[in-house]
Design a protein around this ligand. Structure first.
Ligand code: SF4
Ligand code: FES
Length: 257
Protein backbone atom coordinates (compact mmCIF):
# COMPACT_ATOMS: atom_id res chain seq x y z
CA UNK A 1 0.00 0.00 0.00
CA UNK A 2 1.43 3.41 -0.94
CA UNK A 3 1.67 6.11 1.71
CA UNK A 4 -0.27 9.43 1.40
CA UNK A 5 3.08 11.23 1.18
CA UNK A 6 4.17 9.12 -1.79
CA UNK A 7 0.82 9.66 -3.53
CA UNK A 8 1.14 13.43 -3.08
CA UNK A 9 4.68 13.33 -4.43
CA UNK A 10 3.65 11.36 -7.50
CA UNK A 11 0.68 13.72 -8.14
CA UNK A 12 3.10 16.66 -8.01
CA UNK A 13 5.42 14.90 -10.47
CA UNK A 14 2.48 14.21 -12.82
CA UNK A 15 1.44 17.86 -12.66
CA UNK A 16 5.02 18.98 -13.43
CA UNK A 17 5.19 16.56 -16.39
CA UNK A 18 1.85 17.82 -17.72
CA UNK A 19 3.04 21.41 -17.55
CA UNK A 20 6.30 20.49 -19.28
CA UNK A 21 4.42 18.72 -22.08
CA UNK A 22 2.30 21.84 -22.66
CA UNK A 23 5.31 24.11 -23.14
CA UNK A 24 5.72 25.64 -26.58
CA UNK A 25 8.51 27.49 -28.32
CA UNK A 26 7.33 30.99 -29.14
CA UNK A 27 9.05 33.81 -30.99
CA UNK A 28 8.71 37.33 -29.64
CA UNK A 29 9.54 40.00 -32.20
CA UNK A 30 10.23 43.12 -30.16
CA UNK A 31 10.78 46.62 -31.52
CA UNK A 32 13.96 47.84 -29.86
CA UNK A 33 15.11 51.43 -29.58
CA UNK A 34 18.06 52.78 -27.64
CA UNK A 35 18.95 56.40 -28.46
CA UNK A 36 22.43 55.85 -27.01
CA UNK A 37 23.13 53.17 -29.63
CA UNK A 38 21.19 54.21 -32.75
CA UNK A 39 18.71 56.81 -33.92
CA UNK A 40 16.72 54.06 -35.66
CA UNK A 41 14.46 51.50 -34.04
CA UNK A 42 14.75 47.87 -35.20
CA UNK A 43 13.06 44.52 -34.63
CA UNK A 44 14.76 41.78 -32.64
CA UNK A 45 13.56 38.18 -32.30
CA UNK A 46 13.72 36.22 -29.06
CA UNK A 47 12.75 32.56 -28.81
CA UNK A 48 11.70 30.98 -25.57
CA UNK A 49 10.06 27.92 -24.10
CA UNK A 50 6.90 29.00 -22.40
CA UNK A 51 3.57 27.71 -21.17
CA UNK A 52 0.94 29.28 -23.48
CA UNK A 53 -1.22 29.93 -20.42
CA UNK A 54 1.34 32.47 -19.27
CA UNK A 55 1.05 36.13 -20.14
CA UNK A 56 3.06 38.35 -22.46
CA UNK A 57 4.42 40.09 -19.36
CA UNK A 58 5.81 36.74 -18.12
CA UNK A 59 7.52 36.27 -21.49
CA UNK A 60 9.05 39.77 -21.33
CA UNK A 61 10.34 39.00 -17.82
CA UNK A 62 11.89 35.72 -19.02
CA UNK A 63 13.59 37.50 -21.93
CA UNK A 64 14.90 40.25 -19.67
CA UNK A 65 16.10 37.91 -16.93
CA UNK A 66 17.53 35.11 -19.07
CA UNK A 67 18.45 36.56 -22.47
CA UNK A 68 18.88 40.34 -22.55
CA UNK A 69 18.91 42.44 -19.41
CA UNK A 70 18.78 45.65 -21.45
CA UNK A 71 15.21 45.02 -22.62
CA UNK A 72 13.24 47.94 -21.17
CA UNK A 73 9.55 48.09 -20.34
CA UNK A 74 7.29 49.40 -17.59
CA UNK A 75 5.19 47.29 -15.28
CA UNK A 76 4.21 47.43 -11.66
CA UNK A 77 1.17 45.54 -10.33
CA UNK A 78 1.18 42.73 -12.94
CA UNK A 79 -2.57 42.36 -12.39
CA UNK A 80 -4.32 44.92 -14.61
CA UNK A 81 -4.60 47.65 -11.98
CA UNK A 82 -1.71 50.13 -12.32
CA UNK A 83 -2.00 50.67 -16.09
CA UNK A 84 1.76 50.87 -16.64
CA UNK A 85 2.29 48.08 -19.20
CA UNK A 86 0.14 49.10 -22.17
CA UNK A 87 1.91 48.14 -25.41
CA UNK A 88 1.09 47.14 -28.98
CA UNK A 89 0.94 43.36 -29.13
CA UNK A 90 0.32 41.92 -32.60
CA UNK A 91 -0.67 45.41 -33.73
CA UNK A 92 -3.28 45.98 -31.02
CA UNK A 93 -3.02 47.97 -27.81
CA UNK A 94 -3.23 45.68 -24.77
CA UNK A 95 -1.91 45.31 -21.24
CA UNK A 96 0.95 42.78 -21.29
CA UNK A 97 -0.13 41.49 -17.86
CA UNK A 98 -3.66 40.72 -19.08
CA UNK A 99 -2.75 39.09 -22.40
CA UNK A 100 -2.42 35.30 -22.41
CA UNK A 101 0.02 33.93 -24.97
CA UNK A 102 -2.46 31.24 -26.06
CA UNK A 103 -4.92 33.97 -27.09
CA UNK A 104 -2.61 35.71 -29.57
CA UNK A 105 -1.65 32.96 -31.99
CA UNK A 106 1.78 31.88 -30.66
CA UNK A 107 2.37 29.71 -33.76
CA UNK A 108 3.47 32.92 -35.50
CA UNK A 109 6.00 35.48 -34.22
CA UNK A 110 4.32 37.69 -31.63
CA UNK A 111 5.12 41.36 -32.26
CA UNK A 112 5.56 43.67 -29.30
CA UNK A 113 6.18 47.41 -29.67
CA UNK A 114 5.64 50.67 -27.84
CA UNK A 115 2.23 52.37 -27.99
CA UNK A 116 1.91 54.96 -30.77
CA UNK A 117 1.63 58.74 -30.69
CA UNK A 118 3.97 59.30 -27.74
CA UNK A 119 7.75 59.68 -27.98
CA UNK A 120 9.59 56.40 -27.43
CA UNK A 121 12.31 56.82 -24.79
CA UNK A 122 13.67 53.27 -24.90
CA UNK A 123 12.30 49.98 -26.24
CA UNK A 124 8.70 49.77 -24.94
CA UNK A 125 8.86 52.85 -22.71
CA UNK A 126 7.23 56.07 -23.96
CA UNK A 127 7.17 59.60 -22.57
CA UNK A 128 3.76 59.74 -20.84
CA UNK A 129 4.00 63.44 -19.92
CA UNK A 130 1.77 64.79 -22.75
CA UNK A 131 -0.83 62.18 -21.81
CA UNK A 132 -0.78 63.16 -18.12
CA UNK A 133 -0.76 66.88 -18.99
CA UNK A 134 -4.08 66.42 -20.87
CA UNK A 135 -5.39 64.52 -17.84
CA UNK A 136 -4.38 67.33 -15.48
CA UNK A 137 -5.89 69.93 -17.84
CA UNK A 138 -9.43 68.58 -17.38
CA UNK A 139 -9.19 68.97 -13.59
CA UNK A 140 -9.81 65.37 -12.57
CA UNK A 141 -10.96 66.13 -9.02
CA UNK A 142 -14.17 67.11 -7.26
CA UNK A 143 -14.85 70.86 -7.48
CA UNK A 144 -17.35 72.39 -5.05
CA UNK A 145 -18.20 75.92 -4.00
CA UNK A 146 -19.19 77.36 -0.66
CA UNK A 147 -18.77 76.00 2.82
CA UNK A 148 -17.41 72.60 3.61
CA UNK A 149 -20.29 70.27 4.51
CA UNK A 150 -20.51 68.88 8.02
CA UNK A 151 -21.49 65.43 6.75
CA UNK A 152 -20.76 63.33 3.66
CA UNK A 153 -21.98 64.54 0.27
CA UNK A 154 -24.91 62.27 -0.48
CA UNK A 155 -25.88 60.89 -3.86
CA UNK A 156 -28.59 58.54 -5.11
CA UNK A 157 -27.75 55.19 -6.70
CA UNK A 158 -29.13 56.53 -10.01
CA UNK A 159 -26.89 59.59 -9.87
CA UNK A 160 -23.88 57.40 -9.11
CA UNK A 161 -24.75 55.15 -12.05
CA UNK A 162 -24.35 58.03 -14.53
CA UNK A 163 -20.57 58.05 -14.25
CA UNK A 164 -19.92 54.53 -12.94
CA UNK A 165 -18.29 53.32 -16.17
CA UNK A 166 -15.76 56.14 -16.35
CA UNK A 167 -14.58 55.60 -12.74
CA UNK A 168 -12.91 52.38 -13.93
CA UNK A 169 -10.12 54.13 -15.85
CA UNK A 170 -6.57 53.11 -14.85
CA UNK A 171 -4.83 55.72 -17.07
CA UNK A 172 -3.03 53.14 -19.16
CA UNK A 173 -3.22 55.28 -22.36
CA UNK A 174 -4.29 52.30 -24.50
CA UNK A 175 -7.25 54.34 -25.79
CA UNK A 176 -5.47 57.64 -26.48
CA UNK A 177 -2.54 55.93 -28.19
CA UNK A 178 -4.87 53.93 -30.46
CA UNK A 179 -6.62 57.07 -31.73
CA UNK A 180 -5.66 58.19 -35.28
CA UNK A 181 -6.48 61.82 -34.43
CA UNK A 182 -3.97 61.69 -31.55
CA UNK A 183 -1.35 60.06 -33.81
CA UNK A 184 -1.65 62.96 -36.24
CA UNK A 185 -0.32 65.73 -34.05
CA UNK A 186 -0.62 64.71 -30.41
CA UNK A 187 -2.45 67.99 -29.62
CA UNK A 188 -5.90 66.42 -29.22
CA UNK A 189 -6.80 65.92 -25.54
CA UNK A 190 -7.46 62.28 -26.33
CA UNK A 191 -10.03 59.77 -25.12
CA UNK A 192 -8.55 59.15 -21.66
CA UNK A 193 -8.67 62.84 -20.67
CA UNK A 194 -12.28 63.05 -21.87
CA UNK A 195 -13.20 59.88 -19.97
CA UNK A 196 -11.78 61.42 -16.80
CA UNK A 197 -13.58 64.72 -17.43
CA UNK A 198 -16.80 62.72 -17.93
CA UNK A 199 -16.29 61.05 -14.55
CA UNK A 200 -16.63 64.48 -12.85
CA UNK A 201 -18.94 66.35 -15.27
CA UNK A 202 -21.69 63.79 -14.61
CA UNK A 203 -21.09 63.55 -10.86
CA UNK A 204 -24.07 65.22 -9.14
CA UNK A 205 -21.81 66.42 -6.28
CA UNK A 206 -19.42 68.28 -8.58
CA UNK A 207 -19.79 71.95 -9.55
CA UNK A 208 -16.98 72.28 -12.08
CA UNK A 209 -18.82 70.77 -15.07
CA UNK A 210 -19.17 74.07 -16.98
CA UNK A 211 -15.45 74.77 -16.62
CA UNK A 212 -14.51 71.32 -17.87
CA UNK A 213 -16.91 71.57 -20.80
CA UNK A 214 -15.34 74.88 -21.83
CA UNK A 215 -11.90 73.28 -21.70
CA UNK A 216 -13.11 70.44 -23.94
CA UNK A 217 -14.85 72.90 -26.32
CA UNK A 218 -11.35 73.89 -27.41
CA UNK A 219 -10.13 73.21 -30.98
CA UNK A 220 -8.18 70.27 -29.55
CA UNK A 221 -11.13 69.06 -27.48
CA UNK A 222 -14.01 66.63 -28.02
CA UNK A 223 -14.97 67.88 -31.50
CA UNK A 224 -11.82 66.33 -32.95
CA UNK A 225 -13.17 62.86 -32.15
CA UNK A 226 -14.05 61.04 -35.40
CA UNK A 227 -15.95 58.21 -33.65
CA UNK A 228 -13.69 55.47 -34.98
CA UNK A 229 -14.23 53.32 -31.83
CA UNK A 230 -10.50 52.41 -31.69
CA UNK A 231 -10.51 53.68 -28.11
CA UNK A 232 -13.42 51.52 -27.01
CA UNK A 233 -11.84 48.45 -28.64
CA UNK A 234 -8.51 49.14 -26.92
CA UNK A 235 -9.72 49.76 -23.37
CA UNK A 236 -8.65 46.86 -21.13
CA UNK A 237 -11.24 47.90 -18.54
CA UNK A 238 -14.13 47.56 -20.97
CA UNK A 239 -15.10 51.22 -20.61
CA UNK A 240 -17.45 52.48 -23.33
CA UNK A 241 -15.04 55.25 -24.21
CA UNK A 242 -16.72 56.44 -27.42
CA UNK A 243 -20.09 56.58 -25.64
CA UNK A 244 -18.56 58.73 -22.88
CA UNK A 245 -17.12 61.10 -25.51
CA UNK A 246 -20.53 61.32 -27.20
CA UNK A 247 -22.16 62.15 -23.86
CA UNK A 248 -19.70 64.97 -23.31
CA UNK A 249 -20.39 66.31 -26.83
CA UNK A 250 -24.13 66.19 -26.13
CA UNK A 251 -23.65 67.98 -22.80
CA UNK A 252 -21.75 70.73 -24.65
CA UNK A 253 -24.66 71.25 -27.04
CA UNK A 254 -27.51 71.00 -24.53
CA UNK A 255 -25.62 72.27 -21.45
CA UNK A 256 -27.54 69.63 -19.51
CA UNK A 257 -25.53 67.15 -17.49
S1 SF4 B 1 -10.25 54.70 -20.72
FE1 SF4 B 1 -9.53 52.55 -20.72
S2 SF4 B 1 -7.89 52.52 -22.27
FE2 SF4 B 1 -8.23 54.67 -21.77
S3 SF4 B 1 -6.72 55.15 -20.19
FE3 SF4 B 1 -8.64 54.55 -19.14
S4 SF4 B 1 -8.44 52.34 -18.77
FE4 SF4 B 1 -6.87 52.87 -20.29
S1 FES C 1 1.45 45.81 -14.72
FE1 FES C 1 -0.13 46.96 -13.76
S2 FES C 1 -1.70 46.96 -15.27
FE2 FES C 1 -0.23 45.58 -16.09
Amino acid sequence: MSSPTLEKHSAALDAAENTASQMITATFRIRRFNPEVSEEASWQDFQLEIDPKERVLDALHKIKWDQDGTLTFRRSCAHGICGSDAMRINGKNRLACKTLIKDINPQKPITVEAIKGLTVLKDLVVDMEPFFQAYRDVMPFLITNGNEPTRERRQTAEDRERFDDTTKCILCAACTSSCPVFWNDGQYFGPAAIVNAHRFIFDSRDEGGEQRLEILNDKDGVWRCRTTFNCTDACPRGIEVTKAIQEVKRALITRRF
